[in-house]
Design a protein around this ligand. Structure first.
Ligand SMILES: [Mn+2]
Length: 233
C-alpha cells in the first residue's frame, strides 16, 4: 500500500484586523476546503480564537471529542463583551451538538476563565487535568481517559508547555509540561483514536529572541503528524 503523504499548504487565511467575524469566516472556509478534499486540516495560529472557526467547519461531520492541551481552560462565556476571543474557544466548542466531550489537560492558573467557567466546564462534562495531576496519573493513562476509538480533534496551546522551554507566548504560565510529556500523550492517542483535525496556537515568535518556542511548536507538530501517519492503515 502506498503510505506516502501528500501535504498541501493552503497559505494564510485572510485576517482582517479588528474584524473577528470576517477573519473567522475565512478560516472556517479554508478548513472546510481541507475537509471537502478528505484531508486532515492542520491549522497554525494565531491566538486560540482561531479554534472557533476550525470547530465550526466540522458542522456537517459526525460527532467527535476534543483534546485541549493548554495552561488555561478558555471556557469563559463572555468577557468585556467578547464571545469569540482567545478566552472563549472551549466554551464555544462545548456548546456544539456535534462535539461529544472535552478533555482539558495542562490546566493551571485562572486567567480569563474564573470560577463560573470552571464550574460550567465541569457541568458540561469536561475532564480537567492539571499538570501536577497529569504527572501523577501518567501521560499514557490520560490517553485512556479519552473515549477509545472516538474521532478526536486536538488543539494545542503552546502555553501548555513550561515557559522555561516556551517563553514565546502571550500568557506564559509556570509549571507547564516538558517536551516528552506532551509527545507521549500525542503518541498514545494516535494509537487509539482517529485524529480528524489539529490546531496549534499562541506561538508569538517576537517574544522569544532564541526562536526555541517556534522550533518546539514545529517539532511537536511534525512528530504528531509522524505518529498519525505511521499508525494509520
Ligand atoms: Mn488557550
Amino acid at each position: 500500500m502506498d503510505k506516502s503523504v501528500k501535504i498541501v499548504d493552503l497559505g494564510d487565511a485572510d485576517i482582517v484586523h479588528t474584524d473577528t467575524k470576517k477573519s473567522h469566516y475565512n478560516i472556517c472556509k479554508a478548513v472546510k476546503a481541507a475537509l471537502n478534499a478528505k484531508s486532515l486540516p492542520v491549522v497554525i495560529g494565531g491566538d486560540h480564537s482561531i479554534n472557533i472557526p476550525c470547530i465550526e467547519a466540522f458542522k456537517d461531520e459526525s460527532s467527535f471529542h476534543i483534546l485541549q492541551i493548554d495552561a488555561h481552560l478558555d471556557f469563559v462565556d463572555e468577557r468585556h463583551g467578547v464571545r469569540y476571543g482567545h478566552g472563549n474557544p472551549m466554551r464555544r466548542a462545548a456548546e456544539k451538538d456535534y462535539v461529544s466531550g472535552l478533555t482539558q489537560v495542562g490546566i493551571r492558573n485562572v486567567s480569563s476563565t474564573a470560577k463560573e467557567g470552571y464550574e460550567k466546564a465541569r457541568e458540561m462534562g469536561s475532564d480537567i487535568i492539571s499538570v501536577r495531576q497529569a504527572r501523577k496519573i501518567g501521560m499514557k493513562n490520560i490517553a485512556k481517559r479519552i473515549p477509545k476509538g472516538k474521532r478526536l480533534y486536538v488543539t494545542i496551546d503552546i502555553d501548555a508547555f513550561c515557559p522555561s522551554i516556551a517563553p514565546g507566548t502571550g500568557t506564559p504560565s509556570h509549571g507547564g509540561f516538558l517536551y516528552y510529556e506532551v509527545l507521549e500523550l500525542l503518541q498514545s492517542i494516535t494509537v487509539q483514536n482517529s485524529i480528524i483535525g489539529i490546531d496549534i496556537v499562541e506561538v508569538a515568535p517576537d517574544y522569544d529572541p532564541t526562536d526555541s518556542t517556534a522550533i518546539l511548536a514545529a517539532q511537536i507538530l511534525l512528530n504528531f503528524l509522524g505518529f498519525i501517519f505511521s499508525n494509520s492503515s
